[in-house]
Write a new protein. Structure first.
Lengths: 488, 119, 620
């Protein structure tokens, strides 16, 4: 069996070779992210059989947990690593031609680092390690948001940096408190002894961590950075941030709540918070006239939906939530990627300037349409199974509050449908405005978009394939006892 | 006074964190915000050290003779703080770099006037 | 593969292939689309009389998806494919010189395939999936004409989503409660559920089907959608797609909740639901019919009738007797035939006059477009329910049910609806085809052959089903029997059950005698003299012909009298709601002020509020 630590080591090593390669031959360096993510993807696929038998624990440096840092490669971790690799691969193919100006080598290096950080968060079994990987993710995304060097990019990047730093500081305070209480940083070790400590004492570090991770996960009210950063970053980066970065943040929240703290009393509150996030996100998205800002707010909404699904905490909804993770990564990625070229072509981010694009850029418009239909949750696209599982699980779980919240979730779907369909109509059914450059999406971008469209259709038509794996990932997330047992 | 003796570090640490946060909340100048971040990070580092501190403990190095009977502070938070400092420096450097670029665009660092992205 | 699977596979594959063929040549694409639709008609016809269920896909989240066919499915499928094929033929020349023909054809086939999927689904999951595919492809087609169509499409899809979400909750609840979505299994299980649960279930599904069928408070999408969609698709939309709501009601009320329960448990929730539904149906008949009278747009006028006629179907179906049920289903078919015919006639007029459908500016086209005129005449006869046309038979069955069922108010409502229908469709016929021909239409040509064929076929069908109602009623009787209700004694000429007897031969004889008597009077006593049109209008003075047009402001006094009472309050309400939500959204987004310190404050407020709550109330 291959060692899962290569999932982190190889891309990180490759990331730092990018500037060197850039010096030698300028043209090869943009292929490095593709190679790194392809490597990760292959590795993840090869790890699947082993992980399905039981989680793989990697002890870094040979120290036995809880004394050393360990990687915990369970179905959930591998699922995220695979998702990151797949999305990262597609988006790096897109970036081959999309990113043409600026310090290219730094872009590719930071891009890999961002993904490594995300993978690390998903795989680590140690709290401080989690913090470090988060910082890797955050710092590279601060820089990448400002990649274009324009007014909006810098402004949003600085704001993101300030909020992100405050968030990470809160996270660190929480981690420090936990260390003070338990004397250990290993997640499994804390989870083992969490029952022996008064819940009231535990609550304060939990809130600090929730606040800190909430910034990364874009949970309301900690998500004010997101619409700015996602809308002013280059589209490929927006896709990564929306599709991967915030999802990883949400994963960390779920890991804390489910595995480390195991506090089930808080679930109802988190479900509330999820629906609130969903409502705020969708309502703001509804009121946008800027396409990328609309997509960014819609990401907030999706995060809220997934948080709700996870917080209902039945096996079916958690599976549905994880399915929604996949759907959101693919659909929102597709939306941002297609929006990137639509914006290139029209020269403006206003939805009104995209009118009539269906005729001028048929493939890109089709990609946008598929992405929005999938995100709204229409069959036969990938959004439907996820939404169906969530609704089904929430109703099975029952309880007046949960049912009312489910109703709100579905109302938000209607709102979501309204603003996405408006854009689809603008693309196809409104008279076009001439202007902008006469450029079509180049081959690499087309390949990336077609790939994502096929993934969305395949998942929508055959969700069973993902669902069987996701079900074991869901039980991995919810089974704190098994987690402790397999690590220690 | 025992209270102070025992909790002085924590009071200091959270005092620094609050000062930093208040700076971020109440000041409008970007450089001051960054200074606030820096103060906050210092506070957190102090907090982490304080967790591992044992009164009158020595550095966590095992002497050659075994060092029986000596009290040592917890080494783990110190390792954490080292990492945190490095990260803090990286963030600081990046923030300052961006502040320079931002000034180039806006001609000001007053965050009340740098809000083109809103709603 | 079994027959149903082949039909669905062919339908979806046909849609896909049409797109590819349409990319190379739009003419070939259109021809192929019509070929596919005709082939589907033949395939569905072959399925007649078969009853079976087959699992076609197991890969969806552990829920087997199945298809089933029985008399109900077959009836709706047959009507769907035949009408879609006729619309396809009609669209050949209608869409000829327009852009995006390939897209139109593909979507038409996709809608058709999804409708077939809806009627053939054997479980609610596949039902929902096909239902949603139907909704979004319809949305794309309604928006197809651009302009106002964009707003109409958005309105449609939002309301449709409301319905789908209600249905999704219902499906999720059913799955949670019974662990299966198979319709046959559910029909055994649901009657055992408590009354309250059933009521909630029926309400949730009722919202979805009520929106699709445009029952009165949920109808507001329909006038815009019918008006703005391209005419061949308006035909499909009005003929069968809207009536998928009726299919859904039949499915949930009779197949799943069980006819026996609907009929025989007074006091329980289901009959109460029935009565409410019947009254909604009555309101749906009366109000839209009179609103239709006030319209000045040919398609919009017909669209309001589309809503009104849906009320008759609901009324017949909700009553729960064999006669009423058969009447409701038969009316669905009849309505589909004549409304498709009417929309085709309007489409033909639009095609030749350059898109004009304003009733105030048309007139006198009967001589120029005789086939379209025949179509419109037959169509309105069916719509009114003139004896010996198909609408008469089904309306008769519904009236009969209402009177026998002791519901005089509902019967009266249905009767008022018929008066309104007569008034308004006469306005339609007169203002388009009769009266004086405006001079700019002097050179209008007759409709093309591909439009004439479906118009003539449908006109013939109206007479055929009016004179020989036994042909479709035999199938409908099979449906009624399959729901566990007593059979109506259907003969080729009519019905001879104890609930009432109808014999079209007698009718025919009576009418023939009446006509002969009148003819004889005219021949023997009548003396007529032809005068010019101006001569009695202007008392012999010469009037410039192009200066006046007495088709304008038809029913003006009536209009002034009733229009204040007949505003579409619900449409206003929903529009206001949408605007309110819009401004609420505008307000909500102001929390993102753009000022970074307030953002940091949000983070800190969250943390401190949580800790405060924790320390004060300790709720966790």
């Amino acid at each position: 069996m291959v060692n899962p630590v290569l999932l982190l080591a190889v891309p990180m090593g490759l990331a730092f070779t990018v500037p060197v390669i850039e010096r030698i031959t300028g043209r090869v360096s943009r292929w490095v992210p593709v190679a790194a993510m392809l490597f990760n993807l292959v590795l993840c696929v090869r790890l699947i059989p082993a992980v399905l038998e039981g989680p793989v624990i990697v002890q870094l440096g040979g120290f036995v947990p809880p004394f050393g840092i360990n990687l915990y490669v369970g179905p959930l971790g591998l699922f995220f690593a695979g998702l990151i690799a797949l999305a990262g691969l597609v988006i790096s193919v897109y970036s081959l031609t999309y990113i043409r100006t600026g310090p290219l080598a730094r872009y590719h290096m930071l891009y890999i680092l961002l993904l490594v950080g995300a993978t690390g968060v998903a795989l680590t079994g140690d709290l401080f390690n989690l913090f470090v990987f988060f910082e890797i993710l955050c710092i590279s995304s601060y820089a990448l948001v400002a990649y274009n060097g324009d007014r909006a990019g810098l402004e949003s990047s600085v704001k993101y940096l300030i909020q992100g730093s405050v968030g990470s500081s809160m996270l660190l305070v929480g981690i420090g408190m936990l260390y003070g209480i338990f004397g250990t940083l290993n997640m499994a070790d804390i989870a083992r002894s969490v029952g022996m400590v008064d819940q009231g004492v535990l609550f304060v570090p939990l809130i600090f961590m929730l606040g800190g991770l909430g910034v990364e996960a874009a949970i309301f009210p900690m998500n004010a950075w997101l619409p700015d950063a996602h809308s002013s970053a280059p589209s490929s980066i927006s896709a990564v941030l929306s599709g991967i970065a915030i999802e990883v943040g949400l994963y960390a929240v779920a890991r804390m709540v489910f595995t480390v703290f195991g506090i089930s009393d808080l679930f109802l509150f988190l479900a509330f918070l999820g629906v609130l996030t969903l409502l705020i996100g969708e309502m703001c998205a509804f009121a946008q006239s800027n396409i990328k800002r609309m997509l960014a707010y819609s990401s907030i909404g999706q995060i809220g939906l997934i948080l709700f699904a996870l917080a209902v905490a039945s096996g079916v909804t958690v599976t549905g939530g994880l399915f929604q993770f996949v759907n959101h990564t693919f659909s929102k990625g597709l939306l941002f990627l297609s929006a990137g070229y639509l914006i290139y072509r029209s020269g403006s981010m206003e939805i009104s300037s995209l009118q009539g694009m269906g005729r001028r850029m048929p493939l890109t418009s089709l990609a946008f349409t598929v992405g929005s239909f999938s995100l709204v949750g229409l069959p036969p696209f990938a959004g439907f199974p996820g939404k169906f599982l969530i609704v089904r699980g929430a109703l099975e779980r029952g309880g007046t509050v949960i049912v009312v919240l489910t109703g709100l979730v579905l109302l938000c779907t209607i709102l979501e449908g309204a603003y996405f369909f408006r854009v689809v109509q603008a693309l196809y059914f409104r008279e076009g405005i001439s202007g902008g450059s006469g450029e079509r999406a180049p081959a690499a971008a087309a390949v990336a978009m077609i790939l994502l469209m096929m993934l969305i259709l395949a998942l929508g038509a055959y969700p069973q394939f993902a669902e069987t794996f996701l079900r074991s990932a869901a039980s991995d997330l919810m089974g704190a006892v098994e987690h402790v047992g397999s690590v220690l | 006074m025992t209270f102070l003796n025992e909790y002085a570090f924590y009071i200091g640490a959270f005092g620094l964190i609050l000062i930093g946060l208040l700076t971020i909340l109440l000041r409008h100048h970007l450089i001051k915000l960054i200074i606030g971040l820096s103060i906050m990070e210092t506070g957190i580092n102090l907090f982490l050290i304080a967790i591992g501190y044992i009164s009158r403990g020595t550095a966590p190095i095992f002497p050659v003779d075994g060092g029986a009977g000596t009290v040592m502070v917890d080494p783990v938070p110190q390792a954490l703080v080292l990492t945190a400092i490095v990260i803090g420096v990286a963030v600081l450097a990046m923030a300052l770099g961006m502040a320079i670029r931002l000034h180039g665009h806006y001609g000001t660092l007053d965050m009340r006037r740098i809000k083109e992205l809103k709603w | 593969m079994t027959g149903v699977e082949i039909i669905l596979a062919a339908a979806f594959a046909g849609a896909l292939l049409t797109w590819f063929i349409g990319r190379t040549s739009s003419t070939a694409g259109s021809a192929f689309a019509v070929a596919v639709l005709l082939a589907l008609t033949a395939l569905v016809a072959l399925l007649h009389g078969r009853v079976y269920e087959t699992v076609f896909y197991r890969g969806f989240l552990g829920l087997p998806m199945s298809l089933r066919t029985d008399s109900l499915s077959w009836f709706f499928a047959m009507a769907t494919t035949v009408l879609a094929a006729l619309s396809g033929i009609f669209s050949l020349s209608y869409m000829k010189d327009r852009k995006n023909t390939g897209f139109f054809n593909t979507m038409l086939l996709l809608v058709n395939a999804a409708m077939l999927g809806v009627v053939f689904s054997g479980d609610l999951l596949s039902f929902f999936i096909f239902w949603e595919i139907m909704s979004w492809s319809t949305f794309l087609l309604i928006s197809f004409n651009r302009g106002q169509g964009v707003n109409a499409g958005l309105k449609y899809i939002v309301m449709s989503l409301v319905g789908s979400m209600a249905m999704l909750v219902g499906i999720g609840w059913l799955l949670g409660a019974f662990g299966t979505l198979n319709i046959a299994r559910l029909s055994e299980l649901i009657p055992s559920a408590s009354g309250g649960h059933q009521l909630v279930l029926l309400l949730l599904f009722g919202i979805a089907f009520g929106i699709k069928n445009a029952v009165m408070p949920l109808h507001t999408w329909l006038p815009d959608a019918y008006t703005e969609a391209p005419s061949p698709f308006t035909a499909v939309l009005s003929g069968m797609l809207t009536r998928m709501g009726i299919f859904g009601f039949l499915l949930i009320l009779y197949v799943m909740a069980g006819a026996a329960r609907v009929l025989h448990s007074p006091g329980s929730t289901v009959p109460t639901y029935n009565v409410v539904l019947a009254w909604l149906g009555a309101v749906t008949i009366v109000v839209p019919t009179f609103i239709a009278m006030l319209q000045n747009d040919a398609k919009r006028l017909l669209a309001w009738h589309g809503i009104g006629q849906g009320g008759y179907m609901i009324l017949g179906m909700a009553f729960g007797t064999g006669m009423g049920l058969a009447g409701g289903i038969f009316h669905t078919l009849n309505h589909a035939i004549y409304i498709v015919l009417l929309f085709m006639s309007v489409g033909a007029v639009q095609h030749r006059t350059g898109g004009v459908r304003d009733l105030n500016s048309l007139g006198g086209l009967a001589r120029k477009m005789p086939v379209a005129f025949i179509g419109a005449l037959m169509g309105i006869s069916g719509l009114i329910g003139v004896p010996l046309t198909n609408g008469f038979v089904s309306k008769w069955m519904i009236y009969r049910t209402l009177i026998l069922g002791g519901a005089p108010f509902l019967a009266f409502a249905a009767l008022i609806g018929s008066w309104g229908t007569i008034l308004s469709v006469y306005k339609f016929l007169h203002n388009v085809f009769l009266g004086q021909l405006p001079s700019k239409y002097e050179n209008v040509r007759s409709s093309p052959v591909s439009m004439k064929i479906p118009i003539l076929v449908l006109s013939f069908a109206i007479l055929l089903f009016g004179i020989l109602p036994g042909l479709p009623l035999k199938v409908i009787d099979g449906i009624v029997v399959s729901f566990g209700l007593p059979s109506l004694d259907v003969s080729l000429w009519g019905i001879a059950s104890e609930a009432g007897t109808l014999n079209t031969v007698n009718l025919f004889a009576a009418l023939a005698v009446g006509v002969l008597v009148v003819l004889a009077f005219v021949r023997i006593l009548g003396r007529s003299e032809r005068v010019g049109q101006d001569s009695n209008y202007s008392a012999g003075c010469g009037v410039p012909r192009d200066r006046y047009n007495y088709t304008a402001r038809y029913y003006d006094p009536l209009f002034r009298m009733i229009s204040p009472y007949l505003k579409d309050f619900f449409s206003t309400l929903y529009d206001g709601l949408a605007r309110g939500i819009g401004s609420l959204c505008e307000a909500v987004r102001m929390i993102y002020t753009g000022y970074v310190s307030s953002y940091v404050m949000y983070i800190l407020l969250f943390i401190s509020a949580m800790i405060f709550i924790h320390l004060t109330w300790n709720p966790w």
